[in-house]
Design a binder for this molecule. Structure first.
Ligand code: FAS
Ligand code: PHB
Length: 389
């Protein structure tokens, strides 16, 4: 097998990269080790920045997003006695969209399978070779158990945090930064109409709570819990009672309904540099992880791929290396901006049990809710800064 760009991983990063290259006449093959059903069912992000919506729309993938997605003009910040709305259009002339990552992935896969480049599910034993030359290759076993070799001009490692690509880059040198947070998120999906028109980020002495949604009839809610908590120790009633406590607000209540999914996810910040080794380029969670408090993960993956697609078109069609040579530095500049913002939101909203920390957090929250300058800084980062610089 031969292609111009071999792409490892069919998450949002890999699928969107293949789509953007295809639209520019560059051929690719996407290799995914899970099944289509598994990939489409993974419940993850919920918030799309404007540039993500624009990128998907320009790539011909915006129809269902604009039909079913919910455009939001702000979020609420809450702490005891206060629920304050940040008005994004007034602060930074941008909005965000609520459209689940599962739906983005389904739209990308449908487009790929409808006349797009090859997308191979359930591959295994993926190995990347000869990335330091101009003819890298990917060895793998296909879904039928046959050994395959994919000869490429370039390999894109979009295989997420547990993928095989980042280790290949790190073997040639580089470094990683990591911070594991002393809390996790217990997340639920519920067939319950959201009791709020926009997301609520709530600080409470008992812990952080996030009121999000997927549609007018499906709520997505999160609770800060200790990382050692086990989901089997959290009955639906215990979860709803904790949510009632954390979102408590005069004359208002959380809407309950059947819980259709619940899980506990750890929180970490992780950055690996560089995002390139020879003809192997990393994008998305393969290179970085942010805590979900800032709603950056998926949007950062899209930003990487927007830069990488442009760089690969220039390399493969114009034989110019300037953009691929600067890709890692340009991508990492935005990665660190989003890593800082995600850390800042996480540190401001998650309780540690320390009273001094609590006073600092409440002071920061009061500042953001009372100062237009402080609110604008949050709004600009949350809705997404310009892709390149
Ligand atoms: P992905 O991890 O999505 O995709 C990588 C793909 O590569 C996967 O399909 C994987 O199966 C495949 N793969 C791995 N190894 C392979 C191999 N050896 N060969 C072939 N394929 C391989 N972000 C938010 O903004 N908000 C959230 O609320 C949020 N919640 C999250 C919850 C969880 C549990 C997790 C894990 C992440 C969450 N994220 C959230 C972040 C998430 O949305 C990521 O940022 C996003 O999926 C990044 O997309 P990709 O880089 O494509 O990586
Ligand atoms: C979600 O809806 O899953 C979501 C929204 C905002 C976040 C994190 C997750 O910051």
């Amino acid at each position: 097998m031969r292609t111009q760009v071999g792409i490892i991983g069919a998450g949002p990063a890999g699928l969107l990269l293949s789509r953007l290259l295809h639209l520019q006449g560059i051929d690719s093959v996407v290799l995914e080790n899970r099944s289509r059903e598994y990939v489409e069912a993974r419940i993850r992000a919920g918030i799309l920045e404007q540039h993500t919506v624009d990128t998907l729309t320009d790539a011909g993938l915006g129809d269902r997003l604009h039909r079913e997605g919910l455009e939001h003009h702000g979020v609420y910040l809450q702490y005891p006695g206060t629920r304050h709305e940040l008005d994004f259009p007034a602060l930074c002339d941008r909005t965000v969209w609520v459209y689940g990552q599962t739906e983005v992935t389904k739209d990308l896969i449908a487009a790929q399978l409808d006349g797009g480049p090859p997308l191979l599910f359930e591959v295994s034993d993926v190995q990347v070779e000869d990335v330091d030359g101009e003819s890298p290759r990917i060895r793998f076993t296909d879904a039928d158990g046959a050994a395959q070799v994919l000869e490429c001009d370039v390999v894109a490692g979009t295989d997420g945090f547990h993928g095989v690509s980042r280790p290949v880059v790190q073997q040639a040198g580089g470094r990683v930064w990591e911070r594991t947070y002393p809390y996790a998120w217990l997340g639920i999906l519920a067939d319950a109409a959201p009791a709020t028109d926009e997301l609520i980020y709530a600080w409470h002495p008992e812990g952080f709570g996030l009121y999000s949604m997927r549609s007018p009839t499906v709520s997505r809610l999160y609770l800060q819990v200790d990382p050692s908590e086990k989901i089997e120790d959290w009955s639906d009633d215990r979860i709803w009672d904790a949510l009632d406590t954390r979102f408590a607000h005069e004359g208002w209540s959380v809407n309950r309904g059947p819980v259709t999914e619940k899980s506990i996810l750890p929180m970490r910040s992780f950055v690996s540099a560089p995002m390139r080794r020879g003809r192997l380029f990393l994008a998305g969670d393969a290179a970085h992880i942010v805590p979900p408090t800032g709603a950056k993960g998926l949007n950062l993956a899209v930003a990487d791929v927007t830069l990488l697609a442009t760089a690969l078109v220039r390399l493969l069609q114009e034989k110019e290396t300037d953009l691929v040579d600067s890709y890692s530095d340009r991508a990492l500049a935005r990665v660190w901006r989003c890593t800082h913002f995600s850390w800042w939101m996480t540190s401001m909203l998650h309780t540690s049990g320390d009273d001094f920390d609590a006073e600092l957090q409440l002071s920061q929250l009061r500042r953001v809710c009372s100062s237009e300058a402080a609110a604008r800084e949050l709004a600009e980062n949350y809705t997404g800064l310009p892709i390149d610089g």
